[in-house]
Write a protein that binds this ligand. Structure first.
Ligand code: SAM
Length: 243
């Protein structure tokens, strides 16, 4: 039977009994129908995994005995931050889920000229919390013990001022291919446009702030496809895909 993995940020040290957080308790009790005596893995989001045994289950809570702790080592040597123009429906969810499985370390949602989504009032924080939950679930599934952070949505004008070692903007009309671009260091931030693409002025703004513009082959991809392809290509060329 597959061993369940759940996020437990404040899981205690081996030898102690620990009450799992409400979300993890609900998932184990109601969805996975866990049983007393069953083993599971808790991860704390910073790289440690805890082997545990379920000791008690009631209607709302699951308790575990923490048996042992290990440091996981499946993070990529290439730190990829993904800046995603906010897209409609579940496209953002898809891009976040797949890119977290592929190893990105941070998601930076942003608004640009042709974004069709507006997030007013508390909608932005609710949507950010939803995206963070998508990232967390991708970690549970993929065996990652480090949870990438999803930042609050920002304007492109603010994103361009973000200090970062190397920054790329994906532009289907660029003369430079991603595979031909040397990556200096082990950190890269990649910006991907909305369904309608970046305007010429936005590409100029980004390149003016030091972004390298690159294309991914000769076909125009949907924004969420471009996010996944760029991450996979970077992991293959400079990271750990294939290791
Ligand atoms: N007509 C738009 C354009 O020409 O930019 C298409 C936008 S595409 C649906 C959404 C985003 O995905 C683009 O802004 C770009 O960031 C990225 N993208 C899609 N295909 C790409 C490619 N072949 N090379 C580089 N970026 C690409």
């Amino acid at each position: 039977m597959r061993i369940a993995r759940v996020f437990a940020p404040s899981v205690s040290s081996p030898g102690t009994r620990y009450a799992l957080p409400p979300d993890a308790s609900r998932h184990l009790g109601k969805v996975l129908r866990a049983r007393v005596g069953q083993s599971l893995v808790c991860f704390d989001g910073t790289g440690r995994e805890y082997t545990c045994t379920i000791t008690d289950i009631d209607r709302k809570q699951v308790w575990v005995q923490v048996e042992s702790v290990t440091e996981t080592s499946n993070e990529s040597p290439l730190s990829i931050k993904l800046a995603l123009a906010i897209t409609r429906g579940d496209r953002m969810d898809f891009a976040i889920q797949k890119s977290v499985e592929l190893g990105v370390i941070e998601i930076l949602p942003f608004f640009s000229e042709r974004c069709e989504v507006k997030l007013r009032g508390d909608k932005a924080s609710k949507r950010t919390a939803h995206w963070q939950a998508v990232a967390l679930s991708a970690c549970e599934q993929s065996g990652r013990a480090v949870v990438p952070q999803v930042l609050a949505p920002q304007a492109l004008a603010d994103l361009v001022t973000t200090e970062h070692a190397m920054r790329l903007v994906l532009d289907p009309t660029s003369e430079q291919t991603l595979s031909a671009l040397p990556i200096t260091g082990n950190q890269v931030l990649v910006a991907i446009g909305p369904e309608g693409g970046f305007s010429n002025e936005e590409v100029d703004l980004m390149t003016g702030h030091g972004f390298d513009s690159v294309r991914l082959g000769p076909r125009v991809l949907r924004a969420e496809t471009a996010a996944i392809v760029a991450t996979a290509a970077l992991q293959t060329l400079h990271g750990d895909l294939g290791r």
